[in-house]
Design a protein around this ligand. Structure first.
Ligand code: F6P
Ligand code: MN
Length: 322
């Protein structure tokens, strides 16, 4: 089986980009080990702190963030980083070519129940002659990402990665620590009978999403004329992995639960990298109003509605939003 670095070099990635990706993966291997240790190493449970988004931080959120932050900043390959667990961007090497936004441990509430979690990352080019301390260097739409990926810490540790030439899946061989290519060019089926949504928010959704889900639930006697199945892992990384493997529609739509926070998922380190992976595998990623990767960001922690997955099903959902 092929190892990750030669695959990336064949794709034409620069040595710097390959080294940066390998640096991120070095941290992810360590996170994979810590997550796997679970209760044995006392890393489960919460800290007493909240992040800037008002979410209680899990001990593994803090640990994963620190690992990624330290290794990236020490590597010299990044001009700056942005993380879900950092209030502000952090400056790195002024001469570096890249910036990285990441969610160190997506779905971290799952750590306490030994369920799926993962690291999501987005790599962009740093503007030339820019100030590493200026957060404006991150304000680039998702279509400018040079690479995006996630590492899923499940029964096996898997990496989904795109550098703009398709989406590939690698599996960590824990016997010698290499990510080996296990699926070249993932292809999301265009049609599906599976969807993922937190249905407990139903009464807070907008009419378009209410109507769409109602029609899915109506099954083969309803307007869609077929039965649908539902799944919800409560970790975007797990739900998107399922979509990449066998298709489906994943959505976290707008809701009116908290008028100050109509959306849940974050653009820079959740929606954008997942949108790149999904589109590179033949799927679609949209907010209901626009393509996710066309959004011009205005804040590193900004949130968006997300509808992604199998092309024909995303289009069916969008038809309700017109
Ligand atoms: O990071 C946010 C997140 O944990 C996603 O990974 C996941 O899809 C979603 O929130 C789960 O939301 P809820 O708690 O509403 O199920
Ligand atoms: Mn997350």
């Amino acid at each position: 089986m092929r190892r990750l670095p030669p695959v990336l070099i064949e794709d034409g990635c620069s040595r710097e980009l390959v080294s940066l990706i390998r640096t991120i993966l070095a941290a992810c291997k360590e996170i994979s080990f810590r997550v796997g240790q679970g209760a044995l190493s006392g890393v489960l449970g919460s800290t007493l702190d909240e992040n800037i988004q008002g979410e209680t931080q899990k001990k593994l959120d803090v640990l994963s963030n620190q690992l990624l932050k330290d290794i990236l900043l020490e590597s010299g390959y990044v001009k700056a980083i942005a993380s879900e667990e950092e209030d502000y961007t952090v400056a790195g090497n002024p001469d570096a070519d890249f910036i990285v936004a990441f969610d160190p441990l997506d779905g971290s509430s799952n750590t306490d129940i030994n369920s799926l979690v993962g690291t999501i990352f987005s790599i962009m080019q740093a503007p030339k002659d820019s100030d590493p301390a200026d957060p404006a260097i991150f304000m680039q739409p998702g279509h400018k990402q040079v690479a995006a990926g996630y590492v899923l810490y499940g029964p096996s540790t898997t990496l989904a990665l795109s550098t703009g030439k398709g989406t590939r899946i690698f599996t960590l061989d824990k016997t010698h620590g290499s990510f080996l290519l296990t699926e070249d060019f993932a292809k999301i089926p265009e049609d599906t009978k599976e969807f993922a949504i937190n249905a407990s928010n139903q009464r807070h959704w907008q009419p378009a999403m209410k109507n769409y889900i109602q029609d899915l639930l109506a099954g083969d006697t309803g307007p869609r004329g077929k039965n649908f199945n539902m799944r919800w892992i409560a970790a975007m990384v797990g739900d998107v992995h399922r979509v990449l493997c066998r298709g489906g529609l994943f959505t976290y739509p707008a809701d009116t639960k908290n008028p100050e926070k109509p959306y849940k998922l974050r653009l820079m380190y959740e929606a954008n990298p997942m949108a790149m992976l999904v589109e590179q595998a033949g799927g679609l990623a949209h907010t209901g109003e626009e393509r996710i990767m066309d959004i011009q960001p205005n804040d590193i922690h900004q949130r968006v509605a997300v509808i992604l997955g199998s092309k024909n099903e995303v289009e069916a959902c969008l038809a309700y939003h017109k």
